[in-house]
Design a protein around this ligand. Sequence first.
Ligand code: ZN
Length: 536
Amino acid sequence: MKIKALGAVGTVTGSCFRLEMAGGAKVLLDCGMFQGGRQTELRNFDARPYEPAALNALVLTHAHIDHSGLVPRLVKTGYGGPVFATPATCDLLKILWLDAAHIQEHEAVWKSRKNRRQGRRDVEPLFTEEDARRAMTRLTPLDFNVDREIVPGLILRLTPAGHILGAAGAHFTALENGRQVRVAFSGDLGRTSQFLMPPPAPLPPAETIFLETTYGNRRHKDLNVSVEELLAAIDSAWRGKGKIIIPAFAVERTQELLMVLARAWHEERLPRDLPVILDSPLAAAALGIYSDHRRLFDQDSQTFLNQWTDGEILPTLRLTKNAEESQALNGIPGSALIIAGSGMANAGRILHHLKHNLWRPNCHVVFVGFQAQGTTGRRLVEGGKMVKIFREAVRVEARIHTIGGFSGHADQAELLAWLGCQIKPGLTVNLVHGEPASTRDFHDLAQAAFPEASFHIPQWLGYAALSGDKDPPDLKAETSPEVPAVNQALSASFLNRLDRLRDRAPAAGTLPPDQLALLEKYLEQAESLLLTGSIV
Ligand code: ZN
C-alpha cells in the first residue's frame, strides 16, 4: 500500500489522503475543502489530483467542511462510489453540503456580475445544490466499532474521536501479498474534557498512524475558567442592559454553548429574564440532529438532558425563523444574548448584529473560537478600534472577550497523551493537519518523548511514510509541483499586498472607480500569470 497526501499537510484545511492498494484499488480518506487565502483555495478547482473516476471508495471522518466539503465536487467530476461515514456524520453532511452549495452558487453569481461589468467570463460555482444532492445519494452509514470490508481486501473500522457529533478515527486493515498492513488515522481529535462529546477512544493497534497537529504547539485554557469568563461577560452586559453577541460555528460550538447556558440556567447563574436567541438556521438544523443522536453524548450530558423535556432544557431559548425575525432583533430593547454565524464574523447574520451594536459601550462581543488572519473576528480580537462591515466603517466601543477554552481539538498535552497509548517500537507516525510551525514543534517534542517510534511530516502531493518502508519520505518544504516555489512565495506576498490595497483604496477614496477597476484587472492578470503561468 501507498498513501498520498492530497491535503491537510502544511495547513489545517483540505484534509485528504489516498490509500493506493497493491492490487490497484484506490480509497480516499476525507475530501475537504481548502480554506483561507485565494492561492490555497485555487486547489479546490483542480480535481485531477483526486482522480475521481478511478476511486473505489471514500471514507469521511467527520462532517466539517475542511474534511468533507469537496465531495459534491468529486461526484460532479466523476466519482460514483460509496461514501462511508457514521450515521450522525451522514445526517450533518446533508445540511452542511446544501449550505456550502448555496454559498458557492452565491459567490459565483456575485463574481460573474463583477466580471461582466469588466467584459470578462462568467464564473462557474465549485458545485451546485444539485451536485450536493447527488453526493447525498452516495452516503453509506457505518456505525462505530463495526468492521466492514469496503473494497476487496480492505477492512474499515470507525472509532469515536470526540471533536464533534459523529466524528471518527479511521482504522484500515489490508491483506497484501500475504502480509497484514494496518494503518490508522486520528481524524480531528477531541479533548479529554469537552462539553458534549466523550473523550476520543484509542485506535485499534496499527503499525502506521496519521495524527492531526492543529494545536501541536499550544495548550488550551481550562474549561471551567472559560465558563466562568463567559458567565461574567453575560452578567456584565445584562447589568448594563446591553447585548451579548457571540459569533459561533453552527456545528458543535453552538450546541456546546447552549449546553453551558442550559446548565447555568438550572443552577440559577443565568439571568431569568435574559432572552437567548439562536439566529442561525444552519445551527438550528444542526441542533435537531444533535438531539436525534443524543446517545453519542457523554454520560454526564445525557443524564442532565434526560431530566427535562425539550422546552425545559433552556426555557429562555428562542430560534429565529426567517430573515425578518433576524432583522427585528436590532429593535428589541434591553439585554439579550444573540448567537449567530459565521464563527469568524466574516459573513452571515452576525455582521448585521455587529454593525448595529459594536459602537455601543454596553455591548459585549464574546469570541469562543479560532479567528483566522484577515477576518473581521481577528481584527476585533486584536483590538481594532474601527472595522469595516458591509463597506461601512464602524467604531468599536463594545467590550471584546476572547474565551479560549472552548476548542474541539486536543491540545499539545492531550495529543501527546493520546499518542502515548498507541506507541510501540517500530511505529511510524505521520504528522498532518497543522500549520507548519505547529507540526514541526510537535514533531521535535514527540520524537524526543517517544524515541522508539519514527515521526514524519508528509508534503503536499507527496507519499506518506509507512511502517516497513525502506526509504521513507521525510521533512521537506511544501512546494507545489505545478508551480515553481519562487512563484508561490512571490504570489503569496503579492496577494497579501493586493488584499491590503483593495481594503484601503475604496475607503480612503484615493482612486476613482474606473481607475480602481483597471488596477484590479491588471492585478488579477498578474496574479493569474504568477499562479498558472498564463493570463485567464
Ligand atoms: Zn474538524
